[in-house]
Design a protein around this ligand. Structure first.
Ligand SMILES: Nc1ncnc2c1ncn2[C@@H]1O[C@H](COP(=O)(O)OP(=O)(O)O)[C@@H](O)[C@H]1O
Ligand SMILES: [Mg+2]
Length: 328
């Protein structure tokens, strides 16, 4: 099947007062229609920048974006005008954030904001757009949706506000929903409800979901595939089960040992990863994880290891990836 999203060798750098921050250094992402891809990695690894670059939301003033290929649904994203990009963002690709107030306007009622989507993106009459707005609020599980239309965002609880933001994102039934840490600010029960909601909406609309998270419990719960990022590179990619069962990259293994998971009883005590991620202003040669890696080898600091096959559809950027598979 032709991929829905096909990004190859994406580089993003930012000019800052301190110098050039190399946020992404050759990231490739491919997604099939309807699939759920989890993008994981410590803070600063480039997850949000990847999402924003795909959405075309990075400011041209500070960010330099290049890629050998950036296609969505067969269209070349790099060739779109600003207007075409805006259209695509409302209709085909939508994004939700950790903080709902990033996408909600505090001075407009929820009903007005939702109705505008139908009017602007789908060319609906005011009446039809209002109907769509109520229907969408119902889809995301807002009780008595018609009566909540005249409420402002601050009149909703945290979890309900997150649902309103999801309603804004899915009103046009996008083919791809990018969710950047959508549940991080919520308490555990509400987190689970929001994830179940995303999964249910996905089944209903058939959209693909790119879920950016640092919570591996979330990943195990809903992802088909996982992509692990470190220092602006993809260091492992594969089916969620394979990555969890037999990580090919010591970083992934360390990440799995460092975070609690809601889906399994942790048999071993949590084990934080020693050291901190590298400064993207000063990336050294070779594997960026080498200075923190317990299995570091002589060759690790020579070149950046390519993504090597370590299982069906499973690749890891580690010189040990194939050896360790042979051992297993
Ligand atoms: N607008 C910006 N200007 C300068 N540096 C940035 C900017 N946005 C992100 N970065 C840097 O890019 C790197 C990746 O950031 P980000 O994608 O936000 O990480 P995360 O994986 O936590 O989402 C970080 O080192 C961050 O400091
Ligand atoms: Mg982020």
């Amino acid at each position: 099947m032709a991929p829905l999203l096909d990004v190859t060798d994406l580089h993003v750098s930012f000019k800052t007062d301190r110098g050039v921050a190399r946020a992404l250094n050759g990231v490739s992402v491919s997604m099939q229609p309807g699939e759920t891809l989890a993008v994981v990695g410590e803070s600063g690894s480039g997850k949000s920048v990847t999402a924003l670059a795909i959405m075309g939301l990075l400011s041209k003033k500070t960010a330099t974006v290049t890629a050998t290929r950036m296609r969505f649904g067969g269209r070349d994203l790099t060739a779109l005008s600003a207007e075409e990009q805006r259209q695509m963002r409302g209709r085909d690709v939508a994004m939700i954030f950790q903080d709902p107030m990033t996408s909600l306007n505090p001075v407009l009622t929820v009903g007005r904001q939702l109705s505008e989507i139908g009017e602007l993106h789908l060319g609906m009459s005011r009446r039809d757009a209002r109907h769509l707005a109520i229907e969408t609020l119902e889809m995301v599980g807002i009780p008595s949706p018609a009566s909540r239309m005249s409420d402002y965002p601050h009149q909703f609880s945290g979890g309900m506000r997150q649902r309103v933001m999801i309603a804004m994102a899915i009103a046009c039934k996008p083919r791809l929903l990018i969710a950047d840490e959508p549940t991080t600010a919520l308490d555990v029960t509400i987190q689970a409800q929001i994830l179940d909601l995303l999964a249910a909406l996905q089944a209903e609309i058939g959209m693909a979901i790119m879920l950016v998270t640092h919570d591996l419990g979330v990943v195990a719960r809903i992802a088909d595939r996982v992509q692990v990022m470190y220092a602006g590179r993809v260091v492992e990619t594969g089916p969620a089960e394979a990555v969890f069962e037999a990580p090919g990259m010591p970083y992934t293994e360390a990440l799995l040992r460092s975070v609690p998971r809601v889906d399994v009883v942790n048999e071993v005590p949590l084990h934080p990863i020693k050291g901190s991620p590298p400064d993207v202003m000063r990336l050294a040669k070779g594997c960026s994880f080498a200075p923190r890696c317990e299995l570091v080898q002589v060759g690790c600091q020579a070149d950046v290891p390519p993504l090597a096959k370590c299982g069906p559809d499973h690749r890891a950027a580690c010189i040990l990836a194939t050896d360790r598979r042979d051992e297993a």
